[in-house]
Design a protein around this ligand. Structure first.
Ligand code: ATP
Ligand code: FE2
Length: 336
């Protein structure tokens, strides 16, 4: 058995977990909740710095209580990016200290890839087209020729941030996504909104602003509904084209916005039409969590990839398609 401890802290969630090949053995999370408005990067980093050693201590206690010993840990994985620089640096510092004290290697993990790998672990998906939708990120990815390629992505802000920004302007509290979903359910009509797909990429900034402006003429319910219909249709369109292009027959949903039932319904209908299978992991594995970093670290470690200290600097704009996917053999590509 291989056992890896992983720390996630790219944004508002500080979360650490220990996993082996079979399951999550221990997990501890401390979430930063802004008093007002959205995430303040400096405050989030201070939160992570304040709680890091406490989270690790509680995690190791839980690990011991489950019958294990810290010397069973083979590697320390950490989220190396993308994310907020100050938050990433805090997490990397904890990871370095822990790796040194346990005398085990570090594994720097790409946060987007971790969302994919936990989905492949916790659902039957094997070689999916992935729609990764969170606050800071919106991407359509799939494995091809040794890398997770980005088939389409946002040209400006992530869908979650677009929803949160609009919601804040409408006087709703953070996070706005779930509130927009709730209001949308009460809508009685569609309001025309921008629909922006350029090639395989999409954009949400203009839609967010247009939705805010539409509030002067239309009800909050109708604006929330129309915002969701357009934004999600854009995402589903690109996901469908990625399926057609790659010839794959599975779709995996990842990221916090994946909690949205309307988005799931639209993806489900599209997959049904194409004869593709649609997979959604359990809610706790969709948003940012330590288990996804630990598990991806485990896959990387087992396939021979570790991160020497002098290469453990963080990368706030770390692109998933720059990572060599050493843990997947190219059997998927034989059909391409
Ligand atoms: P990342 O670092 O990957 O960008 P994140 O910090 O944004 O992640 P997540 O937990 O993946 O964290 O996603 C949070 C986002 O999900 C927020 O923007 C929130 O509004 C959105 N969200 C949560 N629930 C829903 C929902 N039901 N409908 C739409 N959006 C939702
Ligand atoms: Fe995330």
């Amino acid at each position: 058995m291989t056992t890896v401890l992983g720390i996630e802290g790219t944004a508002w969630n500080l979360s650490a977990a220990i996993v082996d090949e079979d399951d999550v053995i221990a997990e501890v999370t401390e979430t930063y909740r802004p008093a007002t408005g959205g995430i303040h990067p400096r405050e989030a980093a201070q939160h992570h710095a304040m709680y890091a050693s406490n989270v690790i201590e509680r995690l190791l206690n839980e690990f011991r209580e489950n019958g294990h010993h810290p010397k069973d840990i083979d590697a320390i994985a950490f989220s190396q990016g993308p994310g907020l620089g100050a938050c990433l640096r805090t997490v990397a510092t904890s990871a370095r200290a822990l790796a040194m004290s346990l005398d085990v290697p570090m594994v720097g993990v790409n946060h987007c890839i971790a969302h994919i790998e936990i989905g492949r672990w916790k659902t039957p998906a094997t070689d999916p087209v992935v729609l990764y939708v969170s606050g800071g990120n919106s991407q359509v990815l799939a494995h091809r020729a040794g890398k997770y390629r980005i088939f389409g992505e946002t040209l400006d802000i992530g869908i979650g941030n677009a929803l949160d920004k609009f919601a804040r302007g409408a006087g709703l509290s953070h996070p706005g996504g779930p509130k927009v979903e709730a209001y949308a359910k009460e809508s009685t009509g569609y309001v025309k909104m921008p629909y922006v797909v350029k090639g395989m990429d999409f954009s949400f900034s203009g839609l967010s602003t247009a939705a805010k402006d539409a509030l002067s003429k239309h009800s909050l319910e109708d604006v929330c509904y129309s915002f969701q219909e357009n934004a999600f249709a854009m995402l589903v369109e690109v996901t469908e084209r990625a399926l057609a292009h790659t010839g794959k027959n599975e779709v995996l949903l990842a990221g916090g916005v994946g909690a949205n039932m309307r988005l799931r319904e639209m993806l489900d209908v599209m997959c049904d039409d194409r004869g593709a299978r649609f997979y959604v992991p359990e809610r706790k594995f969709m948003g940012d969590n330590g288990a996804m970093i630990a598990y991806t670290g485990l896959l990387m470690f087992k396939s021979g990839t570790t991160t020497p200290i002098d290469q453990s600097h963080v990368d706030p704009s770390f692109r998933p398609d720059t990572v060599d996917v050493t843990w997947i053999t190219d059997k998927h590509e034989e059909v391409l």
